[in-house]
Every structure is written in C-alpha cells, then in structure tokens.
Design a binder for this molecule. Sequence first.
Ligand SMILES: NC(=O)c1ccc[n+]([C@@H]2O[C@H](COP(=O)([O-])OP(=O)(O)OC[C@H]3O[C@@H](n4cnc5c(N)ncnc54)[C@H](O)[C@@H]3O)[C@@H](O)[C@H]2O)c1
Length: 253
Amino acid sequence: MPFSQEFDGKVALVTGGSSGIGRAAALAFAQAGAKVVIASRGVEEGEQAAHEICARGSDAIFVKTDVSQANEVEALVNKTVDIYGRLDCAFNNAGVTKMCSLIDSGEEDWDYIVNINLKGVWLLMKYEIAQMLKQGSGAIVNTSSVAGTIGVVNFSVYSASKSGVIGMTKAAAVEYAKLGIRINAVSPGIIQSPILETFSTKQLNQFLEEHPHPIGRFGTPEEVGEAAMWLCSEGASFMTGHNLIIDGGYTAQ
Ligand SMILES: NC(=O)c1ccc[n+]([C@@H]2O[C@H](COP(=O)([O-])OP(=O)(O)OC[C@H]3O[C@@H](n4cnc5c(N)ncnc54)[C@H](O)[C@@H]3O)[C@@H](O)[C@H]2O)c1
C-alpha cells in the first residue's frame, strides 16, 4: 500500500515536531493521511508546523510539552486520546546535544541531556504503551544517534543518553512484542537540522573533518522522518527491537 493511504485514520504523535527531523516526520505522517499531534518546547515553531499541516488539508494540533516532566508527558498522551480517540504511532524524537569533553562536563550537563534524551523517551513510552495496550496495537520509534553505537569524541554524555535509548528500545520491544506493539529506534548520522546551530563553526568543521560521511553530504530531516514513518507502517510489520542506522555509510567504514 502506498504511503498516501497507509496512515488514513491513524493518529501519530511526534515529539520534537516543531523543528528538524520531527517536523519533517510530522509533515510526512500528515501527507500519508495521519492525524498528527506535534509536541515540543518551541511554541511558535510547533504552532507553525501544525498550522502548515492544517493549511494543506490535513489534521494536526500542537501541544507544548517538556518531555522530561512526567505530568506533561501524561497530559500529552491524555490530550491526544481526548481529541483523536487513540494513539497508533509515536515518534519519540525530541532531543538536545552538547559537545563537551568528559572531564569538562558538569552535573548540570548530565541532568539536562539525560533527562530530555533518555528519561524523556522512557516517560513517553510509559504513557504511550499504556494507551496502546488498551487498543491492542501500536508502533513506536525512538530517536537515538550513531553516537549511541560508536564512540564520538566530546560526546560522552550525549552518547550515554543515546545508547540508553537503544537499550531501552530493545528491552521494551521484547516486553510488548506479543501484545501488538512494535518498538524500534532510528540512529541518524549528521543531519542538516537546527540542532547543528548548537556547535560553533570551528567545532563543526573539526567534527566534519574527523567524521566524513562516505555518501559525501549531510542527511536531510526528511530522510530520517520518512524512515521513522516506514518503521511505523505495515511494511515493517515483522520489525521490532531494531536500531535503523541512517548515516550515509558513516558507521560502515
Ligand atoms: N541533526 C543531527 O545531526 C542528529 C544526529 C543524530 C541524532 N539526532 C537526534 O535527532 C533528534 C531531533 O533532532 P533535530 O536534529 O531535528 O534537532 P532540532 O533541534 O531541530 O529539534 C529538536 C526538537 O526537540 C525539541 N525539544 C528539545 N528539548 C525538548 C524537551 N525538553 N521537551 C520537548 N521537546 C524538546 C525541540 O523543541 C525541537 O522541536 C534529537 O533527538 C537528536 O539528538 C540528530
């Protein structure tokens, strides 16, 4: 079935949907027929993304959410179900990064990065799976990173959070496999998104020199968003607990 019909009548929740990879995924889900709930901290951009989807004739809402706060995540899932009646697909993608040597990282860096990237995914799955169990079906994709699998200089805290996402994805996948819920991860290489503005030009140039992508360019948010959507589709019906690397061959070297 082409994607244009695949998600008709389905409800998709995308965190970090105001920007970059999440925004691209939200637009893709909407184009494929899903009703989309966009959640992020960025209010103006989140509302803009939802508005753009509605302007194209699809259905979307924006819900301001900090994914590291249990009460906000619970409210997000409740609002999704209150408005759209169910939750079929969840792309747990909101995340932050910081480039810093291990010895210079502070406890505040650990708390900030791990609370959003790892605790956030745990909280989201906790409430999403509870809803999906009531329905007897659902598909979840969590955003990790190539830094969750291989060592990247000056990303030890970020790597810890993203490795944790892969481990938790696998554990949750086997826990709920028999109950109709599939759970996978995506691990992007360098993707041209606003997160790159976190780095100085010098840091980015040095990073790129040390980590060339064999395909010869950065990835696009759409290339990750489409892959996440495919993992939620019937085409991926026998896939669970998988970590899909989308990195232009970076980790193949
Ligand atoms: N761009 C890359 O090179 C790259 C590579 C590997 C992994 N990733 C991962 O992809 C994901 C998306 O990143 P992106 O590149 O699109 O970056 P981005 O900065 O464009 O988007 C990040 C999104 O997360 C949201 N967000 C941040 N903190 C939040 C919080 N506490 N609660 C709710 N929302 C929050 C932001 O509002 C934004 O919508 C992140 O998890 C990131 O770690 C990105």
